[in-house]
Design a protein around this ligand. Sequence first.
Ligand SMILES: Nc1ncnc2c1ncn2[C@@H]1O[C@H](COP(=O)(O)OP(=O)(O)OP(=O)(O)O)[C@@H](O)[C@H]1O
Ligand SMILES: [Mg+2]
Length: 503
Amino acid sequence: MMNTTSAPVLHAAGISKFFPGSIALDDVELTLYSGEVHALLGENGAGKSTLIKCLTGAYRRDAGMIRLDGQEIDPRGPLDSQSLGIGTVYQEVNLLPNLTVADNLFLGWQPTRHGLLDRKTMVRRAGEILSGFGLEIDPSLLLSAYPIAIQQVVAIARAVEQSGKVLILDEPTASLDRDEIDLLFSVVRQLTARGIAVVFITHFLDQVFEIADRVTVLRNGRLVGTRQMDDVTQSDIVEMMLGRHLETHLRRRDRSAPGKSLLKLKNFGKRGMIEPFDLDLHEGEVVGLAGLLGSGRTETVKVIFGVTAADQGNAELRGKPVKMANPRESIAMRFGMCPEDRKTDGIVGDLSVRENIILSLQARQGWHRPLTRTKINEIVDHYVKALDIRLASPDMPIRLLSGGNQQKALLARALATEPELLILDEPTRGIDVGAHAEIIELIEHLRAHGMALVVASSEMAELVTYSNRIIVLRDRHHVRELEGDAINTGAIVRAITQQEALA
Ligand SMILES: Nc1ncnc2c1ncn2[C@@H]1O[C@H](COP(=O)(O)OP(=O)(O)OP(=O)(O)O)[C@@H](O)[C@H]1O
Ligand SMILES: [Mg+2]
């Protein structure tokens, strides 16, 4: 229940943050009222995460002041802001995979009742907290034992426990399923009912309309405005974000027939990971992989690219038997892949954007035959322009790019190898609405030029626009294949939820 007549719980004004070569925030204001869900929106690189980090003290701001309940505060870092009652989930989950789930939940603020840290109590309490989020997992196991979506929920639970006044969520739903999102939203509603203010950063506008009371939009580090959700439409918000109108309607397009067969998989699979499946992929064809989280989408692309080698079945590339034993050999066969989890499988954080983009191409060519400076610059300039990667300089370490721009740089790395088969796992995750449309265009363009693509995505409406065929997965089985006019979101949902006779 938002109360805008009383004083704000948090008021930040005149916030500025400069980095060498870029102004990340320029005189930004944010006001939070008790009990509201406040969406913070903007394109990739607009300054959302930087604003959050300035509020929690993870970054030193260069100007501006922050008031919490009317008192000026100056948090020196995440632990400091936690103790003030500001719980935060940062965009890149920053938990410690080699500690237990319980340790991660309580790190920095262990329940030391009576001055003692009782492990048993801690594990039990962790179990209680997590089951409140619908997670029945063993908190005494290492965090790394669980998939990224579960780690995300652990990070959220941790922040919720710490948020006495404000809860900040920076793209918390990027790797969550509808069920988990519903759970998160019900927790958010419980918190706002208790008067906590929630900041919600996302690129999913539907979710904003579902949960938010007000919205603040940033563009290029500047405040565009703050509005009541009741006063704006989806296209108003998109226009505020992009500074221009965008046709967001997704529709399925006509497409030319696929070309020659490229890759044929028969009974291909890996025990314990993905059940054997068949795939016949042609030049100029997009095969979409649909299914819920954990259904085997990522496992499928991983065996195709040889991230984990298949242990059954066989593969033929243009009629010749091949093995995808590891990514290096796959790249040599002109396969390219852009992984789902950029942080663990993708970027090399300390290398420059430039080095990250040419990494796969250089690896395929061999490190003893270095690409020339001119060639490198040509490639990097081309993809930075083509994918509109926002950066101060290609020489900056890639970890300093905004999340969405890191994702684009990874796509550039795969494209730079000019693959014949391109595998994309969640290509639009964390990507802003404008860039979404551009990536869909790009997929269409690559397909039209004869590339074969396998695209795994949780965005069914997007899969429908660009796929020639869609394989639906359930429980690590390929359960259904949709083609031509049979492709629509309704059919995908029915196949996922078993509301049809097993095909
Ligand atoms: N430590 C840093 N050093 C240099 N530049 C940085 C640093 N952190 C952020 N930036 C720059 O500040 C700008 C804003 O980045 P920020 O991460 O806040 O964007 P964002 O709105 O969260 O985008 P996304 O939606 O992609 O997550 C970007 O241009 C980014 O490259
Ligand atoms: Mg961000």
